[in-house]
Design a protein around this ligand. Sequence first.
Ligand code: UDP
Ligand code: MG
Length: 151
Amino acid sequence: MERSLIILKPDAVQRGLVGTIVGRLEQRGLKIIGMKLVHMDEALARKHYAEHEGKPFFPGLVSYITSGPVVVMAIAGDNIIEMIRTTVGATNPAKAAPGTIRGDYAVTIGRNLIHASDKPESGEREVQNFFDAHELLENFNRDTDRWIFEQ
Ligand code: UDP
Ligand code: MG
């Protein structure tokens, strides 16, 4: 079972795209186990994006991600990390395929609407950065699961 952290970035909130983007992930059948509105401070932003520290875009990225509220979500399931990345599309929306979230709703890398964990280890680390254990409903049953996953 993998866990992925999704962030609907400040542009998604400001542009009223939260429902649309959550809907895309929900409609795919992905199981959301945690969700909340957060205004990230600089320390949390630097921690979340630590792998990019020192890169030229890092200061702009920190100011973008802390510029307003974001929606953070945790999604759980088998092999979901790659599936979600494919649904999200390429980092640069100019190169993202139509049908992906970034390919359909964004045009520039510095305003690309959404974060999704890039590998299982990052998913675990990132989910724990944003959620306390009691905020994650790991074990709730969805009656639709038998129509989404072969049992
Ligand atoms: N980013 C940017 N300019 C770049 C590369 C990345 O502004 O040249 C931002 C962009 O918001 C991206 C984030 O930094 O989503 C993290 O970059 P990463 O390469 O991890 O892309 P992602 O995993 O989000 O697709
Ligand atoms: Mg990344």
